[in-house]
Design a protein around this ligand. Structure first.
Ligand code: C2E
Ligand code: MG
Ligand code: MG
Ligand code: MG
Length: 275
């Protein structure tokens, strides 16, 4: 490694390795206690109908507010939570909190049509995901039809019995979305058997959609695929008016992204989206 090669290179290298190891252990220990210490919370990002600007749903995104580290982004702790198995506990907390929030909104008479929650591959490993989701729906009283679960292509392709779990979740009455669609390697034949309702076009294809002919072609292909399989298609990471217009022109009327709103706290959602 380059940083090992300077003057004092060896010592620097050894120290930094140790530093990283310690850092990771500390982070792990902190992470393990984050739920009981009430450091986790959810933000909600609107999903919008492009032509009308109507709110069609929200995606719940977890946030970790650590007293020393400050706000830690999911890219920094979700992989660690997955490595350590803590994601199972965290995933259940997220699901329960998202369902409770939906019920709170409903009790206040506010129409949030649907909430989407991300699931990690590790939550499928124990074979109890269907039971867990069912328990949380019952405990919180949320109608299953209001919940959408987001899974990735790699989760579907790499989980033995994925079809069985997806069928089980579908039977509960929840809907399923494939997140980051286009970045994995799902077999369309396999996909066809899955009772999923929504494809989420990954943000990487939306980013340069106006300049990059390949991204443009991929986005159009996903929209067409969704249409032909009777799925709804939503674009992630929409940041500009031009991107939204492009999508609408090509038959995709659903979007999520900074152009509409960043992920926000429940109160902000009320103020800005639910007059
Ligand atoms: P994701 O599920 O694909 O979520 C979308 C991510 O894109 C979010 O990042 C969101 O803030 C970000 N985003 C939305 N619109 C825009 C935009 O217009 N521009 C840009 N540049 N970014 C945008 P976030 O919240 O940092 O989450 C990152 C990833 O972490 C998520 O990707 C998801 O894979 C994972 N994650 C977040 N919350 C959870 C959770 O509760 N459970 C699990 N298993 N994973 C989660
Ligand atoms: Mg997602
Ligand atoms: Mg995504
Ligand atoms: Mg993504």
């Amino acid at each position: 490694q380059a940083k090992a090669r300077g003057r004092n290179g060896y010592r620097f290298y050894a120290l930094s390795m140790t530093g990283e190891g310690v850092e990771r252990l500390r982070l792990e220990a902190w992470l393990r206690r984050s739920i009981e210490k009430d450091e986790m919370f959810l933000n909600y990002q609107p999903q919008v109908e492009i032509d009308t600007g109507r709110l069609v749903g929200v995606e719940a995104l977890v946030r970790w507010n650590h007293p020393e580290l400050g706000l830690v982004p999911p890219v920094k702790f979700i992989p660690l939570a997955e490595d350590t198995g803590f994601i199972i506990q965290l995933g259940e907390w997220v699901l329960a909190e998202a369902c409770r929030q939906m019920v709170r909104w409903q009790e206040a008479g506010l129409a949030v049509p649907k909430i989407a929650v991300n699931l990690s591959v590790r939550q499928f490993e124990r074979g109890s995901i269907v039971r867990t989701v069912d328990d949380i729906l019952r405990a919180t009283g949320l109608e299953p039809g209001r919940l959408q679960l987001e899974v990735t292509e790699s989760l579907i392709m790499n989980t033995g019995d994925a079809l069985q779990y997806i069928n089980g979740l579908h039977a509960l009455g929840v809907s399923l979305a494939i997140d980051d669609f286009g970045t994995g390697y799902s077999s369309l034949a396999y996909l066809k058997q899955m009772p999923v309702q929504t494809l989420k076009i990954d943000r990487s294809f939306i980013k340069d959609i106006d300049e990059d002919a390949n991204d443009e072609a991929i986005a159009i292909a996903i929209i067409q695929l969704g249409k032909s399989m009777n799925l709804s298609v939503i674009a992630e990471g929409v940041e500009t008016d031009e991107q939204a217009a492009f999508l609408l022109r090509h038959g995709c009327n659903l979007a999520q992204g900074y152009f509409y709103s960043r992920p926000v706290m429940p109160d902000d959602l009320l103020r800005r989206w639910l007059p």
